[in-house]
Design a protein around this ligand. Structure first.
Ligand code: HEM
Length: 318
């Protein structure tokens, strides 16, 4: 079942409105205690295994996939499968074409079965909410769209958030005075996580935009019909928009960064991503105040072969 979500125009806007009914600040606030409990559970398991640990593999990678499973009403026992599918689908070089094709087919079949089960036995999750939706003519959403919604959320919301959690922690621990500033003043958690989003130099490929009318940037005219790749990392360091743009200022407000994109396609899951980043900091500050990198910052290695940029691992001790 390979239905793709609408990408353009009114159909895309309708689709966004539908999903936005779920991704509200109120709903995200209600999810917060559950995300906290998941973070605590992952830390318990990490502590049990002992230090040093890879904070990315043990914590940053599983947390967002657990959250997406929760949102889709997927049982805890299937979380590992979701993690594997997500890793495979977003990889450009790490898996063979056959492995990617197989993962796609398995994931699609799993979600089709899951949607059918939800139709019979709805819960308090996003898919159940979409299942009960009917349009003005009373028609429900077809299964293909529900499956595509599940696939889209995993692909858009897992690696992005997992990598951002690891990169945020690397930024805060590579100069430990930043971590200490947060320990001394946890009310900085919100602005600190926004600043980490702004300073992410490794945001990935960039935003693709099709230019439908001639467009001037300085002396250059970009002609209509061009497809451009916009670098959010460059925009986020624009000295005209941010004072001391190269500095990490944990208290920076306002912080109009573009890490969630802009306009008609801006990140639909940004309220969720923000909640996850803040919960991560709250829980790690509370549980592991002595957290530190277990290697020199220069030894941290970038991941290659994924559409979303990130670190291969984050060796940490406490
Ligand atoms: C730190 C984590 C995240 C970052 C940095 C991020 C970033 C982005 C960016 C840059 C875009 C494209 C914006 C554009 O083209 O203007 C996007 C789109 C999107 N994101 Fe996120 N995202 C994150 C987490 C999430 C999460 C957790 C979800 C949902 C579970 C999600 C769902 C989506 C969806 C559905 C779109 C497509 C929106 C559309 O085309 O209308 N994202 N995200």
């Amino acid at each position: 079942m390979a239905t793709v979500l609408p990408q353009h125009g009114e159909a895309h806007q309708q689709w966004r409105r539908l999903l936005n009914r779920y991704f509200t600040a109120k709903r995200m606030a209600a999810l917060r205690p559950q995300i906290e409990a998941m973070a605590d559970e992952l830390i318990d398991a990490m502590l049990e295994k002992g230090q040093p640990a890879d904070l990315k593999a043990a914590f940053a990678f599983p947390l967002p996939v657990w959250v997406i499973c929760e949102i889709l009403g997927v049982p805890d026992s299937d979380r590992d499968k979701f993690a594997y599918w997500s890793d495979t689908l977003l990889s450009m070089t790490r898996y063979t074409r056959e492995e990617i094709g197989k993962a796609q087919a398995e994931f699609g079949a799993y979600l089709a079965g899951h949607v059918a089960a939800k139709r019979l036995n709805p819960g308090d999750d996003l898919l159940s909410e979409l299942i009960t939706y009917t349009d003005a003519e009373g028609r429900p959403l077809p299964d293909g769209i529900l499956v595509a919604a599940g696939q889209g959320l995993l692909v858009a919301g897992h690696e992005t958030t997992a990598n951002m959690i690891a990169k945020m922690m690397a930024m805060l621990l590579s100069d430990r005075s930043r971590w200490e500033a947060l320990l001394a003043n946890p009310s900085l958690v919100r602005s600190a996580s926004e600043e980490a989003l702004r300073l992410d130099v490794n945001a990935g490929f960039g935003m693709l935009r099709y230019i439908d009318a001639d467009f001037e940037i300085g002396d250059t005219v970009v002609p209509a019909g061009t497809t451009v790749v916009c670098s959010m990392a460059a925009a986020n360091r624009d000295e005209k928009a941010f004072e001391r743009a190269d500095e990490m200022d944990l208290a920076r407000t306002p912080n109009p960064h573009l890490s969630f994109g802009a306009g008609a396609h801006s990140c639909l899951g940004q309220a969720l991503a923000r909640t996850e980043l803040q919960v991560v900091l709250d829980v790690l500050l509370r549980r592991l105040p002595t957290l530190k990198l277990a290697v020199e910052p220069a030894e941290l290695k970038r991941v290659e072969g994924l559409l979303v940029g990130g670190l291969q691992g984050l060796p940490a001790a406490w």
